[in-house]
Design a binder for this molecule. Structure first.
Ligand code: NAG
Length: 462
């Protein structure tokens, strides 16, 4: 469709670019840009979404067939016959889970993209302690049954969970002497007399912090994050996480369909020659000699290398297994968090595992992806504690990517740049980025309270 090119369609006219990845065949991927173009379309904006790739999304594509994954990682030879049919595979380059009560699910409900997708509940959430993995306890009953803690610790942790469950930041009667905006989380742990191991899994496996910086910050956000975890878990039982059947590539396709319903235009395979800036402000984009005019532009870092800076690196190792991960009660999907303290690091290591149960692997196969923020010159050594949990590994695919962030907020240029995906295995930080871009673009908060649909009509597959 070339209908919008070269014409100024309306007074507000967005261009969105997806993330680039040099790819020979068509895959689909998920990205902040796809989600934002859907949300902006629903909000009545005119959206033109251009992508230099022949597929939606990019860095977070799901690769199919399996042969293409081997090619992309330069693994010599074809996949062995034991891998089954290549077409049965949809391997996410950046796997992530959705929190059942989290921000992406709310965005999906708001935009009604849920109607294009089927989800399954992830079977377990585990945490690493002293070389072993344990189920993350997050309810009173689970805390009492867990072998992660001693008896007295359990009682104290249970008290803490009850406190968190009752906590309401708008009701001082629930504070019990804590000031949510002032008291540091460290002090709250002290109040409940929790030990270091419990603090480790609470901060990293329930509140999902990647470092320990939160300990000295006001406790309100941490308490709310633990509530989000418990409420997400309460929703479907086994774990707080959901994953779409056929892989994450289903998400941007859903948002593309949505955008189209609301009049948005998607163009794939559209090379971008120039972003045209006048007096420091974007006025359009040049592609194949034509100019699309716009007042605001959203894009990923790969389109604007001079406007972003590198803040670190992430290592990801995709592992194909023929067995469930040990000591996870044969879960067909799970997350394992290795808190930094447990392996003498500054940032956590994450493992995200899915399988044929999600139509992303051949029968009897499992895909486990380990990731972490790179801290040394030997990232493969850093990630080893995670890989040891996965052995024997049939095939490994290793990648190291730069973490890029915009140098400015885009207020002057009206060019809004997303951040590259971090090492976390859930969408919460991605959604923070989406909300942040939304606020910078519109001047108002992305307000979940205004969302039309009640979450109750959303039901994952059994
Ligand atoms: C798995 O469980 C076995 C038996 O309880 C134990 O010996 C082993 O250390 C555990 N391994 C991990 C990685 O948790």
């Amino acid at each position: 469709c070339r209908c919008n090119m070269g014409k100024k369609v309306n007074n507000i006219f967005f261009c969105l670019f997806a993330i680039s990845w040099v790819a020979p065949t068509a895959y689909y991927g998920g990205s902040q840009e796809c989600i934002l173009s859907g949300i902006m379309s629903v909000n009545g904006k005119k959206v033109l979404h251009m992508d230099r790739n022949p597929y939606y999304g990019g860095e977070s594509a799901s690769i199919t067939p399996l042969e293409d994954l081997y090619k992309r990682f330069n693994i010599p030879g074809a996949p062995p016959a034991s891998m089954g049919r290549g077409r049965d595979w949809n391997v996410d380059l950046i796997p992530k889970f959705l929190m059942a009560n989290g921000q992406l699910v709310k965005m999906l409900l708001f935009t009604e993209v849920t109607r294009y997708l089927d989800f399954k509940v992830t079977e377990g959430s585990f945490v690493y302690k002293g070389g072993k993995i344990y189920k993350v306890p997050s309810t009173e009953a689970e805390a009492l049954a867990s072998s992660l803690m001693g008896l007295f610790e359990k009682r104290r942790f249970r008290k803490f969970l009850v406190y968190v469950a009752n906590f309401d930041e708008n009701d001082p009667r629930t504070f019990e002497g804590v000031d949510p905006k002032k008291t540091a989380m460290r002090e709250v742990y002290k109040k409940f007399d929790l030990g270091q191991d419990v603090i480790d899994f609470t901060g990293h496996a329930l509140a999902l912090y990647r470092t320990d910086d939160y300990l000295d910050q006001p406790c309100c956000e941490t308490i709310n994050r633990i509530k989000l975890y418990s409420e997400s878990l309460a929703r479907y039982g086994k774990s707080p996480y959901l994953y779409p059947l056929y892989g994450l590539g289903e998400l941007p396709q859903g948002f593309a369909r949505l955008s189209a319903i609301y009049g948005g235009t998607y163009m794939l395979n559209k090379p971008i020659e120039e972003i045209i800036v006048q007096n420091g402000k974007v006025i359009g984009v040049k592609s194949e000699g034509e100019i699309a005019r716009c007042k605001q532009l959203i894009c990923d870092p790969s389109y604007v290398k001079d406007r972003v800076e590198k803040v670190g690196q992430v290592i990801r190792v995709i592992c194909i297994l023929s067995h469930p991960i040990k000591n996870t009660s044969d879960a067909n999907s799970c997350q394992i968090i290795i808190p930094q303290n447990q392996v003498n690091r500054k940032s956590d290591i994450y493992v995200c595992m899915i399988s044929s149960a999600h139509n992303v692997a051949a029968q009897g196969k499992y895909i486990a992806i380990a990731s972490t923020t790179v801290e040394t010159k030997e990232p493969e050594k850093e990630i080893r504690p995670a890989l040891e949990l996965l052995e024997p590994i049939e095939q490994k695919f290793v990648s190291i990517s730069d973490l890029l962030v915009p140098k400015d907020l885009g207020t002057d240029s009206q060019i809004f740049i997303s951040r590259t995906y971090d090492a976390t295995t859930h969408f919460e930080t991605t959604c923070d980025d989406i909300k942040d871009i939304y606020k910078r673009m519109t001047g108002s908060e992305f307000d979940f309270e205004e969302m039309k649909k009640a979450p109750d009509d959303f039901c994952p597959a059994k």
